[in-house]
Design a protein around this ligand. Sequence first.
Ligand code: ADP
Ligand code: MG
Length: 698
Amino acid sequence: MTADELFATPLQYLKGVGPRRAADLEHAGLHTVEDLLYRFPNRYEDRSRLQPIVSLRPGQAASIAGRILSCGLRFTRRPGFKIFEALVADESGPMRAVWLNQPFLRDVFAAGQHVVFYGVVDARGGAGLQLTNPQYEILDDEDGETIHTGRIVPVYEKIGSVTPKIQRRLVFDVLQRLPSEVPDHLPEELRLRLQMPARHAALLATHFPPADASIEALNRFATPPQRRLIFEEAFLFQMGVLARRQAAASEQKTATIRVDDRIRDSARRVLPFRLTTGQKQALKEIVDDLQRPQPMNRLLQGDVGAGKTIVALLAALVAMENGLQVAFMAPTEILAEQHFLNISRLLQSSRFRVALFTGSTSTAARKQQLAEVEAGSVHLVVGTHALVQGDVRFHQLGLVVIDEQHRFGVLQRATLRGKGLSPDVLVMTATPIPRTLALTLYGDLDVSVIRDTPPGRLPVRTFAKPESRHDEVFEFLRGQIDAGRQAYVIYPLVEESDKIDLKAATEMADHLAQEIFPSDKVGLLHGRLKADAKDRVMKAFAAGELHILVSTTVVEVGIDVPNATVMLIEHAERFGLSQLHQLRGRVGRGAAQSFCFLLYQSPLSEEARERLKAMTDTTDGFEIAERDLRLRGPGDFFGTRQAGMPTFRLIDLVRDRELLDVAGVEAARWFETAAPPPQALDRMLQAWADRFRLMEIG
Ligand code: ADP
Ligand code: MG
């Protein structure tokens, strides 16, 4: 059997994998031998130096091997609390191991078994030493000595019925059968230059490390064999990104865009202020793209208030001056309206006509608008994200701007292509995305970032306070409202259907309205309200008719109310960091100093404490995003998995950033020198799409 045949072998054909285990493996996404081998152990244990029991000292982590003398459940005085206890002995003597509340161990252990325990040694007063909740393995097979002890052993995460020990056995057997001639995904020249081990050696040493390997480096996944495998995945990923870019580059726009002095003048005329350096740079990148023959796929990132809208509008102006139409899309009707008012005002003195498409436009008016857009007499259309997908037909659509895109993949190029369109696309987001995530999420998007803010903005002052200090915060709020300002009070609502939370928000609104601020107007906003009711509340708040807006997180994306200077978040410990930051971004939009209060319920978990600390430490969205990524891991970064994160087998986006960078550079270099033919690229793209499941955007 060749190596590739072995890699492709379904796991169910392996000795020791019956239907039950095959199903469990399958369920965890492990189908083939390759899947099994390209899965790191959770950790490594040095069992080459199993410690004699007599030599153990309290506080140290130790592996011991011995026989079970006796074992059983012990009941304690605390009702319902059970301890399973085993007495184990090696040649040097006996010791105890105990597990708290794991009564099922009764069916796992029996006297006479040969076992390995791994855990931290505790001193038990006069009772000697013990291991509490140690990891365990029962060694009953004859070759236990070579695979499971007497060396550094890999410890895999349990998969249903497939224990770490069974997996170790499976991996060991497969590696025994793996021919030394394994085709290598990495070009030889590159591998040698980077001094990386060959694939075969890397797989071997990753799963069964040599005796002289550093256990500490192994557990950091930093040994050369491990890094080689990580690099391999990163390299293939980056090649896929490049292949996709190359495919995108073959698409051609129907119209060409030029920029001359007349257009620059026209832009200057609509510009109400001086652009910041960040805005200028972003605009330059966008306008450069507009002038290329291929459609632009660009993401414009900038924290809330960074001033993305004007940049997009200037880009729109360039397109319109070139005789093209622009679709400007927002996530909600109210935001669309806001953009419409803004843009109409800025374009007032120009010759361009702007239309707003919303659900509330009357049928007759809509018909009229549709006709004008189709005829080309309306130049810029503002609407919600459904705009381009809907029944709107353009005369010549040149640019699509998508604002506040949180759900990736909403607008797919394929949809546009289906309508015979290949416009430039500019996606804007206020969700600051850490660099490595941006790379993987938007592999084939170009990214512009505005990191500075318009002059004169005061950073929001943020305070975390325990719930018990509510009164102080209300008093402060009182002062702000008396000074003519407005405030948000946010309640967590994890699920829209969460009645209890909804009740809490409703009660809070009543409480504030009746008892705390009886002479002020308090509004309530939540996801259960119908769209027009929501709009009404938001508009009343924006117009200053409401002083306090009690809301669930539906207010997160959206509205610009510069007069609101207080953001009070209840149960702040329940929110994710990026979400807290988004909420805070609702204030600090005017010239006055704004404040954010994070009220929390004690005791705080370690992670919640970190989140609140990050919020009080910094207002820099990118810094927040980095911390969030570290706290939550990439899988949870967007709250849900379905956000389209590519699934890596070995890469950890936080740990392996620098390897990803190197892989990016090397992949680009390889692409240039090897110039792969189109068929090879197609195959690569297919394999890549299956493998990384990156979403389509742009
Ligand atoms: P966001 O990036 O969150 O979409 P906006 O585009 O809504 O931010 O801009 C926020 C506010 O800042 C708006 O009122 C806008 O007019 C203003 N603004 C944007 N750029 C500048 C600038 N260079 N100088 C002064 N004010 C600006
Ligand atoms: Mg905006």
